[in-house]
Design a protein around this ligand. Structure first.
Ligand code: F0G
Length: 351
């Protein structure tokens, strides 16, 4: 049996690495492309979920982090820094721990899901809560990386994009061609940039006959690209994409336009509905931000923007266990019963 070797070793010839690059890996990538039967029935399309929550730290960030950290180590870095809504910091903390370098993290105060905070802490990162939002944290992290000896691990680092493009390679490999439509959440807009780069490279390499239309989705109160202006006070329950001034804004617009795609907004209510639908009908537990891709698919189908019969891939970007508070607070509490079979059966409606 051949075992998966991680993003760098699997795709070395398509990444900016050499034989002497020290590979820092947790064997990320190789995530499942799960057929979504209920969503396919509902939309009349053939829908797949690229389940990125199956990465080692539970999000797609690991694909980019293995390349960014490996290159930083190759360049002699002793410390790395990132701003984060939680997933980037969880990933940076884990890979920095593996590489034996210091990891500094700037997070918006009170707006990071508990699981992600726990990951940063357990991997020994130095966490600073900033009295500001993600955009403030990113500006601060960028400045520190210019003025001090610390390497920036956000997706403005091109190595992050390089690593993350491998998800597109995996999809093309699994389907034998590119899908017609690719749906994903948009926050800082690194991932839509990365997927588009991957699909374009795959078409050029002759691995795919075409590129997909890229459909990106922002939360409606955090939708600067949709509105065409910076959102100073972004709001959404999907804290991972609570971003008002995306660093890769222009590249996301380029991907949208070059692919004849769309960047649209979905409401928190639509995100929550898609989150529940994924968990209850597909058996896939994602975090709220990840459900924006599926919320966007449903909205686009209902609006007649996606025709029946299309092959659609939705990236679900992070694992639901990162933010269990939402699962617990939106479902009924478990019933307490005595140690009694009849009482159990009655509670289950079996009697
Ligand atoms: N989904 C999840 C779960 C995320 O954590 C993020 C971004 C996105 C989608 C959006 O991806 O920024 O490339 O457009 N999280 C970053 C972080 C901002 O700090 O973890 P993007």
């Amino acid at each position: 049996m051949r075992t998966w070797r991680g993003v760098i070793n699997e795709f070395a010839d398509r990444l900016p690495v050499t034989d002497t690059t020290p590979v820092v890996t947790l064997y990320e990538g190789g995530t499942p492309l799960v057929p979504a039967e209920q969503l396919s029935t509902r939309t009349g399309c053939t829908v797949y979920l690229k389940v990125e929550g199956m990465n080692p730290t539970g999000s797609f960030k690991d694909r980019g982090m293995t390349v960014a950290i490996s290159k930083a180590i190759e360049d002699g870095a002793k410390a790395v820094i990132c701003a984060s809504t939680g997933n980037t910091s969880a990933s940076a903390a884990a890979y920095a721990a593996r590489a034996g370098v210091l990891c500094a993290v700037l997070i918006p105060q009170g707006k990071v899901a508990l699981g992600k905070l726990a990951q940063g802490l357990v991997h020994g990162a130095k966490l600073l809560q900033v009295d500001g939002n993600f955009d403030d944290c990113l500006a601060l992290a960028s400045k520190l990386s210019i003025d001090y000896p610390v390497a920036l691990m956000n997706s403005v680092n091109p190595y992050r994009i390089e690593g993350q493009k491998t998800a597109a390679f995996e999809i093309v490999g699994a389907l034998g061609d590119a899908p017609d439509i690719h749906c994903l959440p948009v926050g800082n807009a690194g991932n839509i940039t990365a997927y588009w780069k991957g699909y374009v490279e795959d078409e050029r390499a002759g691995n795919a006959t075409h590129t997909p239309r890229m459909f990106g989705f922002q939360a409606s109160e955090s939708a600067p690209i949709v509105r065409g202006e910076v959102v100073r006070q972004p709001q959404t329950i999907a804290t991972a994409i609570r971003i008002g001034n995306p660093a890769s804004w222009t590249k996301a617009v380029d991907a949208r336009d070059a692919s004849n795609g769309r960047i649209d907004a979905v409401t928190d209510r639509e995100i929550l509905a898609a989150y529940k639908l994924l968990a209850r009908t597909e058996g896939v537990f994602v975090e709220l931000a990840s459900a924006a891709s599926v919320a966007g698919l449903l909205r686009s189908v209902d609006a007649g923007l996606i025709e029946r019969g299309q092959t659609v891939v939705c990236t679900v970007t992070g694992h639901g266990l990162k933010d269990p508070d939402w699962a617990v607070s939106t479902a009924p509490a478990p019933t307490t019963i005595p140690v009694d079979a009849h009482a159990a059966a009655a509670s289950l409606g079996l009697t």
